[in-house]
Design a protein around this ligand. Structure first.
Ligand SMILES: Cc1cc2nc3c(=O)[nH]c(=O)nc-3n(C[C@H](O)[C@H](O)[C@H](O)COP(=O)(O)OP(=O)(O)OC[C@H]3O[C@@H](n4cnc5c(N)ncnc54)[C@H](O)[C@@H]3O)c2cc1C
Length: 377
């Protein structure tokens, strides 16, 4: 990089806080904007925990990106002195022949990941908190665990500020206007000029960029927290968990040891509607599926939730995020549509955003998530 580049980061949430950190670390002049303040829980981040996994069941092409993210998770923890992630393992359970089980085993074999395979008997003995079905197996991803989402966003944003970034809080960006020699960022208080803008507005992507040529479906996600009534949950091993089928769901024991959080898969999320008017009240009927899952697979959890929270996330048709320049506007770099699995990748995504904003290209293997030549509607 010759002259210092001025880069706007629009949306200082999960991806934007990491982008601001990586850009500031590389010497860019960074100005961030968020409609709220870093670390808030009114969007895709929140709810105390996110799963980190090394073995990706969606697509093994994520594994090199996860390895890069892993290095940066360590670096961010070192630089901030905060425990942002704890490796407690992640147990992927379900029918042996299920596609996601196969993809996990494929990515483990291809990349030599630290894991254990458990058959029905071993699973029942070692993890009595889960009721399992005949033919179920499990893969325990050992380099896995939980991330603290709010603390991570806040810490990455603060680290960016320590490195010189400026962050405008409670400052929604109204318009991004590509101009001949860069890009203008318009807010209610004025317009600023930048060389490049990184756009990471999560569930607001369609609002801010109404002409986006790809569909990002914004969904409303419920998390529910349940208290154990049985000793099964008091063991030493408290991994995050994912059940693949027949109903895909996931969960995490809460870091304070009091409860277990449960979440559902994409197909069970309702459309979010206007992200500025997210319906945060959970109707009793919406809990039926949670109750059913508890009685079938986790009977040691009391079926009355002690906490309910609602979030939003943008899904692409393929579930692969959109990462790269906007068509025809090389100096507007988009990161959107993380489809329910972006948090673990976020430091790597921030670094890739910095590559794209400062150098125009990234050395990371991102063809499969790139906006360039993206055919998907
Ligand atoms: C309930 C739930 C559970 C999940 N579980 C996991 C998991 O276990 N593991 C995992 O890896 N991933 C998980 N994910 C996915 C992950 O959390 C998301 O992929 C990730 O948080 C998306 O980050 P983002 O930066 O795109 O959006 P956000 O984090 O929402 O950030 C967008 C930011 O943009 C700001 N903004 C919006 N509009 C504007 C504007 N006009 N001007 C300025 N600022 C603006 C918002 O205030 C917000 O701060 C989960 C998601 C949800 C919702």
């Amino acid at each position: 990089m010759s002259a210092t580049k001025r880069v706007a980061v629009v949306g200082v949430g999960t991806m934007g806080s990491q982008a601001a950190w990586r850009l500031a670390a590389r010497g860019a002049e960074v100005v961030g904007y968020d409609r709220f303040a870093p670390g808030h829980d009114r969007s895709a981040a929140g709810g105390d925990t996110r799963i980190f996994r090394s073995a990706h069941f969606e697509d093994s092409r994520y594994v090199p990106l996860l390895k890069h993210a892993d290095t940066l998770w360590e670096e961010l923890q070192r630089e901030t002195g905060r425990e942002l992630r704890r490796l407690t393992g992640c147990l992927l359970m379900g029918p042996t022949e299920h596609q996601q089980m196969a993809t996990v085993l494929e990515s483990i074999a291809e990349h030599g990941l630290d894991h254990e395979v458990l058959d029905t008997e071993a699973l029942a003995k070692r993890f009595p908190q889960f009721r399992i079905e005949d033919g179920d197996a499990a893969v325990l991803d050992r380099h896995a665990g939980f991330i603290r989402p709010e603390l991570t966003v806040l810490s990455a944003a603060r680290r960016a500020e320590e490195l010189g970034a400026r962050i405008h809080r409670y400052t929604p960006v109204r318009e991004i206007v590509p101009v001949a020699n860069g890009v203008e960022i318009r807010t209610d208080t004025g317009t600023e000029h930048f060389d490049t803008a990184v756009v990471t507005v999560g569930p607001w992507v369609n609002d801010l960029l109404p002409d986006l040529p790809w569909e990002v479906d914004i969904r409303r996600l419920i998390n529910a927290w349940y208290v154990p009534t049985a000793d099964d949950w008091s063991g030493q091993e408290r991994p995050a968990f994912i059940r693949t089928a027949p109903t895909h769901c996931y969960g995490l024991p809460s870091p304070d040891g009091v409860s277990v959080k449960l979440g559902l898969s994409r197909a069970l999320h309702r459309p979010a509607g206007d992200p500025n008017r997210l319906e945060r009240t959970v109707e009793p009927g919406e809990l039926d599926i949670f109750t059913e899952l508890l009685s079938r697979y986790m009977p040691g959890l009391h079926p009355d939730p002690i906490r309910l929270s609602v979030y939003m996330e943008g899904y692409t048709e393929s579930s692969r995020p959109l990462v790269g320049p906007l068509p025809g506007h090389g100096n507007v770099v988009l990161l959107a549509g993380f489809s329910g699995h972006g948090f673990k990748l976020s430091p790597a995504m921030g670094d890739i955003a910095a590559d794209l904003a400062l150098d125009g290209a990234s050395p990371r293997p991102i063809d499969f998530i790139s906006t360039l030549d993206r055919a998907e509607a």
